[in-house]
Design a protein around this ligand. Structure first.
Ligand SMILES: Nc1ncnc2c1ncn2[C@@H]1O[C@H](COP(=O)(O)OP(=O)(O)OP(=O)(O)O)[C@@H](O)[C@H]1O
Length: 244
């Protein structure tokens, strides 16, 4: 099996509080996981269990304290800034709950930015095509402020698609969307993982979203406590309740 992400014993703690109340809190306590090419993996778990922190550590947006994370065979933990930048630029897409579009750029410019940074500039026709693919035909000149939340999320997904990332990490991709837009965004993410060379790793509280994944990892207190194959929302809820 070819893996896009392999993590071993990933640990992360944060220092919280001030003065005499300053203390370290362990958020990830030895997480090991792998993601196969062509796979969509959902990470679920109670609030505060470390899901977003895990996603950030896997994608190199946050530095893990210990353990190892390989993305497309490149080590992320302890990598120098340059190597990390290249790994992220060449292999990783990230979809944030709050979209993180650049407000001064048009939708088309937002979509083409990662590819341009990676030295694989897109033609205007390619930008048009990828935006049309997420239902935003003819919107390349629109600015984020003139678009609805659902439209902005679709631009963010188009950006991840156009960047050609091998692994797309998505943090609560449906969190800010109504159910119709949420379903559409999930369909687009599912489409990425249906490419046998690419994968999606998604953190979600949305049971319908998790039920679209090939595998579901349940995180509790910074550890993976359960792993499910394709499951319906009821079974995922049962696994979550057992983890509480
Ligand atoms: N930068 C930070 N500094 C200090 N503590 C942090 C930081 N980031 C996260 N934490 C703490 O780590 C713990 C896990 O947070 P994280 O956001 O990873 O959890 P989560 O499972 O994604 O939660 P939620 O489902 O509520 O989004 C929380 O207690 C949070 O307060």
């Amino acid at each position: 099996m070819s893996c896009t992400v392999v993590a071993r014993e990933v640990c992360k703690s944060f220092v919280i509080g001030r003065g005499s109340k300053r203390r370290a809190t362990d958020v990830l306590r030895g997480v090991s996981l792998h993601v196969a090419a062509g796979e969509m993996v959902a990470i679920v778990g109670p609030s505060g269990s470390g899901k977003s922190t895990l996603l950030y550590c896997l994608s190199g947006l946050e530095a893990a304290d210990a353990g190892s994370v390989e993305v497309m065979g490149r080590q992320v933990v302890g990598a120098g800034r340059n190597d990390l930048f290249k790994t992220r630029r060449d292999h990783v897409g990230f979809i944030f709950q709050s979209y993180n579009l650049i407000p001064s750029l048009t939708a088309g410019e937002n979509v083409s930015l990662p590819a341009r940074l990676a030295g694989r500039p897109l033609t205007a026709a390619q930008v048009r095509e990828v935006l049309a693919g997420v239902g935003l035909e003819g919107r390349e000149k629109s600015r984020p402020a003139d678009m609805s939340g659902g439209e902005q999320q679709r631009v963010a997904i188009a950006r991840a698609l156009a960047g050609g990332a091998d692994v797309v990490f998505a943090d609560e991709p449906t969190g800010a969307l109504d159910s119709k837009n949420g379903r559409e965004a999930l369909g687009l993410l599912r489409g990425i993982a249906d490419d046998p060379a690419r994968s999606v790793v998604m953190v979600t509280h949305d049971l319908e979203a998790a039920s679209m994944a090939d595998r579901i990892l349940v995180l509790k207190d910074g550890r993976v406590v359960r792993e499910l194959g394709r499951s319906n929302p009821t079974d995922i809820l049962k696994a979550l309740e057992a983890a509480r």
